[in-house]
Design a protein around this ligand. Structure first.
Ligand SMILES: Cc1cc2nc3c(=O)[nH]c(=O)nc-3n(C[C@H](O)[C@H](O)[C@H](O)COP(=O)(O)OP(=O)(O)OC[C@H]3O[C@@H](n4cnc5c(N)ncnc54)[C@H](O)[C@@H]3O)c2cc1C
Length: 410
């Protein structure tokens, strides 16, 4: 039996503690907040989309950074396993559209309560309001931890489950990266991801609050697009957000390209440019002498109308039957390629995940053990692994935590 210190009482830390204690180890869980799972509480808009019940291959396709690193732990502990775990711990679960799994109650607090029950049953010693300041390493192995108040505690193994930098008010203050560096680990470049994007055009803030469904977003790259997706997005006072935009932000982060980045929205992806031109022609012919500004509302949501008029360059009071083929072409082009300049991301406090982290090259993918320091493990968001929305990031936490707990050999 080993004495195991786990730093961070979030998803990964709590789950690893349950599993490790289940193997008979003496497990101490250190959480700097006064309660466990503060970030879990706000996940999935308070409903906690705790995994995605998709086939394993699809799980890996939804991992943006270092999917291959996740193969071993992802196959070792799957979405089916974590759903069964919660059912066993008296948290009924349900699966919704897109295979997203939630507690049947729609309350993230039930997921936290289920984990807390499991921690208690497994006999984990929980230390709340306890911040870990340093790791103690000697002769290539971890020897213990040092608390904020200077107390030194000897450990046989230590797991770093401190999360990333996103939503720092939940306790994710990036301590794990510092701890990792202290022991000689490389931390890759950190960026906010799954995060809204800021845009440069003056017409975007005017669209604040407008949601678009069934549109395509394309972010241009040097040769091929950095991101192309179809779905839902929203305009805000600073730029754009919504599912499509959050996904785009993760791929923008990976591209390593400098700001600003050119992007475009296809407002009518179901129509080709020729079909759209035919549609315009039909509308204009039917409207006869009507002014352009009174016909445009037939084509776009009302909030978009003034912007589309501005972009088309056609005077709003022009009769539509006088609009030339070339003028129609410009309108078609702006509709299929609504221009956006992305100037940056929103800050970490608005990001769902941190991209970058402890380099996976220095961590054993089967066990999450450091390749540099024996008996030291990194699990969850602190690793350089991030995924798209849909429950995949929490599955990364469960799978890596499970792998580490199983690997403890004493
Ligand atoms: C708004 C929001 C919604 C999200 N929704 C979803 C969702 O629905 N589905 C999904 O899959 N993912 C979601 N995520 C992502 C998901 O929350 C994270 O991937 C996951 O919480 C990472 O788990 P973790 O245990 O690695 O880190 P965390 O959950 O961040 O836990 C880390 C813990 O470590 C503690 N800690 C840090 N440093 C120290 C220290 N020095 N000493 C002691 N304790 C320390 C922190 O206080 C914290 O409690 C969401 C994220 C956000 C911000």
């Amino acid at each position: 039996m080993a004495k195991v210190g786990i730093i961070g009482g979030g998803a990964a830390g709590m789950f690893a503690a349950v599993q490790a204690a289940g193997y008979g180890h003496e497990v101490h869980l250190y959480e700097q907040n006064e309660k466990l799972g503060k970030k879990l509480f706000i996940t999935g808009k308070g409903r906690c989309n705790f995994t995605n019940a998709c086939p394993a291959e699809e799980f890996f396709q939804n991992i943006v950074s270092n999917a291959k690193f996740m193969y071993s732990s992802g196959y070792g502990y799957t979405s089916q396993d974590i759903m069964a775990f919660f059912e066993q711990h008296r948290v009924p679960v349900k699966v919704e559209r897109g295979n997203r799994a939630f507690p049947a109650s729609d309350h993230s607090s039930d997921i936290i309560r289920g984990l807390e029950r499991a921690l208690k049953e497994a006999g984990v010693k929980i230390h709340l309001g306890t911040k870990v300041r340093h790791l103690q390493c000697a002769e290539g192995a971890v020897r213990g931890i040092v608390l904020e108040n200077g107390t030194r505690l000897a450990m046989d193994a230590v797991m770093v489950a401190t999360g990333g930098l996103s939503y720092p008010t939940t306790g994710s203050t990036g301590d794990g990266y510092r701890l990792a560096k202290e022991c000689g680990h490389t931390v890759t470049e950190l960026k906010p991801a799954l995060v809204p994007l800021e845009t440069g055009e003056t017409y975007i803030p005017k669209l604040q609050g407008l949601s678009l469904r069934n549109v395509a977003l394309r972010v241009k790259g040097k040769k091929k697009p950095v991101y192309e997706g179809f779905g839902e997005m929203m305009f805000t006072h600073f730029g754009i957000t919504g599912p499509l935009v959050l996904s785009a932000s993760s791929y923008i982060g990976k591209s390593g390209l400098p700001w600003p980045m050119e992007a475009e929205i296809d407002l009518k992806p179901a129509l080709t440019e020729t079909q759209l031109d035919e549609r315009l022609l039909r509308e204009f012919q039917a409207a006869q002498n009507k002014q352009f500004k009174n016909v445009v509302p037939e084509l776009f949501p009302s909030r978009l109308v003034p912007v589309m008029i501005e972009l088309s360059g056609i005077a709003p009071d022009r009769p539509v039957n006088g609009i030339s083929r070339e003028e129609r072409r410009v309108l078609v082009e702006k509709t299929k390629h609504f221009p956006l300049t992305i100037v940056g991301t929103r800050p970490y406090r608005e990001a769902i995940i941190t991209q970058g982290g402890v380099s996976v090259k220095e961590v054993n993918p089967g066990t999450m053990e450091s390749k540099k320091v024996k008996n030291l493990y990194f699990i969850g968001e602190v690793l350089d692994v991030d995924a798209l929305t849909g429950g995949f990031n929490l599955q990364v936490a469960w799978s890596t935590a499970y792998a580490a707990a199983c690997a403890l050999q004493f």
